[in-house]
Write a protein that binds this ligand. Structure first.
Ligand code: FAD
Length: 398
């Protein structure tokens, strides 16, 4: 590790890897630091991603794809289900990744592009001079080292501290943290080509429960609930255990994951003097689905490009780096987050009766397009009052 780089990336998840790869490809000197001893482990993710979304950043490779999906099913509180088929969906359907391999592949690509990578290396504090971020204090096996950089990219995930240390308010309201529990289960009867989502206040209050296939008889089975609904006897794990006992009594759990997902609006500002904030650290998870892998890669890549341009122009001030903030907010990703936050706020207030009614209304229909937007559009066609309610939120659903 050198004492100074053009770009220092904090965190080796998808956001940090894309930021490091992009900046290195642009010819910058880059260092990525990851506090864990191994990239990609432990996994805290259900590992679902759309095909188009993945291929925008990386060539799909069987070594990091556990399952290729053909459809999805949504199950109402009363058990009625609706199916989203992929027959006409082309590349809109998804994959279930193996993130232990996937995250490593992304960091590998960053290293191949020329980035230095240091694992078991934690950013412990920013170096700040005259109000600008100039690098970070790093800890590695009891040693402390100061590393300076033109731009620091905070890609330190949902528990991000780095940008807070730099003066950015990263607080997420408790009700907008989805607390999650997930088992990787095997020896269970599932449809290996279909993801299943269960909704309802008994099964997952203000969230949902998922079965994401990982093979013929294996799946990520998990549940996310609002932090506000969590308490003794009704934590995410309690909901998951009840479901698993009823649905997969003979299944075997080979991995247990707990984690939080922010389903709030993004940070009001994701750039500072010498600083860019990306991925979960920037709170750019899709608030409706809880999906954040694509958004992490998207913001990571954009941050790498913005850092390269700022360094080429010798201007790493906040006003130069704000180009990143503006670009992602104006992108389809940024607009989807803004729209889906409102839709999420609407759906979490629904009673089970209302959820049953709207799923009944579309249960016999086959959706031609595989996306949350197409689903919401169809729900509105069948439920004109829903259209009125959402219009009141000034949403554009075009
Ligand atoms: C239960 C669960 C299920 C999910 N399911 C899905 C899904 O199916 N599909 C989907 O798209 N998204 C899903 N997500 C969200 C997805 O996992 C995240 O959005 C994605 O990992 C964000 O990538 P990231 O690079 O921003 O952060 P992360 O992947 O969290 O990477 C951040 C990295 O920074 C490191 N780090 C933190 N602090 C420091 C420090 N001080 N110094 C050095 N390194 C540091 C961490 O160790 C970590 O490796 C799920 C999340 C959870 C919790």
């Amino acid at each position: 590790m050198k004492p100074r780089y053009d770009v220092l990336v904090i965190g080796g998840g998808p956001a940090g890897a894309l930021a490091a790869r992009t900046a290195a490809e642009k010819g910058l000197s880059v260092c990525l630091v990851e506090k864990r001893p191994a990239i990609g482990a432990p996994v805290r993710c259900a590992e679902g991603i759309g095909k188009d979304a993945l291929t925008e950043f990386v060539k799909p490779d069987p070594c990091f794809i556990s399952a290729e999906l053909k459809g999805a099913k949504i199950v109402a509180p009363d058990g009625t289900s609706m199916r989203l088929d992929s027959e006409k969906a082309g590349s809109k359907v998804g994959y279930i990744l193996d993130r232990k391999v996937f995250d490593r592949e992304l960091v590998w690509q960053a290293a191949e592009a020329g980035a230095d990578v240091a694992v078991k290396t934690r950013a412990a504090a920013p170096i700040i001079e005259d109000g600008s971020v100039r690098g970070a204090v790093l800890r590695y096996c009891g040693e402390t080292r100061n590393v300076e950089a033109g731009v620091v990219i905070a890609a330190d995930g949902v528990e991000s501290k780095f940008s807070r240390w730099c003066g950015i308010d990263t607080t997420v309201p408790v009700r907008e943290i989805m607390t999650s529990a997930q088992y990787l289960m095997t020896d269970i009867d599932i449809d290996p080509y279909t993801t299943v989502f269960y909704v309802g206040n008994e099964i997952a209050p203000q969230g949902y429960l998922w079965i994401f296939p990982k093979g013929e008889r294996s799946a990520n089975v998990g549940v996310g609930i609002s932090g506000l609904k969590s308490g003794p006897g009704h934590r995410a794990r309690d909901y998951l255990d009840r479901f698993v006992a009823a649905r997969f009594p003979e299944g075997k759990t080979i991995e247990h994951v707990v984690g939080g997902v922010s389903v709030c609006q993004p940070l009001p500002c994701t750039a500072g003097d010498g600083l860019l904030v990306v991925g979960d650290a920037a709170r750019v998870v899709d608030p409706l689905t809880g999906g954040g892998i694509y958004n992490a890669m998207f913001t990571g890549k954009l941050a790498g490009e913005t850092a390269a341009s700022a360094i080429a122009h010798g201007d790493c001030t906040k006003s130069a780096l704000m180009a990143y903030d503006t670009a992602w907010r104006e992108s389809p990703m940024g607009k989807t987050i803004a729209r889906n936050w409102h839709i999420k706020e609407y759906f979490i207030r629904m009673t089970d009766e209302k959820l049953n009614a709207i799923i009944h209304s579309v249960s016999t229909m086959k959706l031609e397009e595989f996306s949350t937007l197409s689903l919401v559009r169809e729900l509105m066609k069948k439920n004109p009052r829903l259209l009125g309610d959402l219009a009141a939120l000034s949403l554009s659903l075009r």
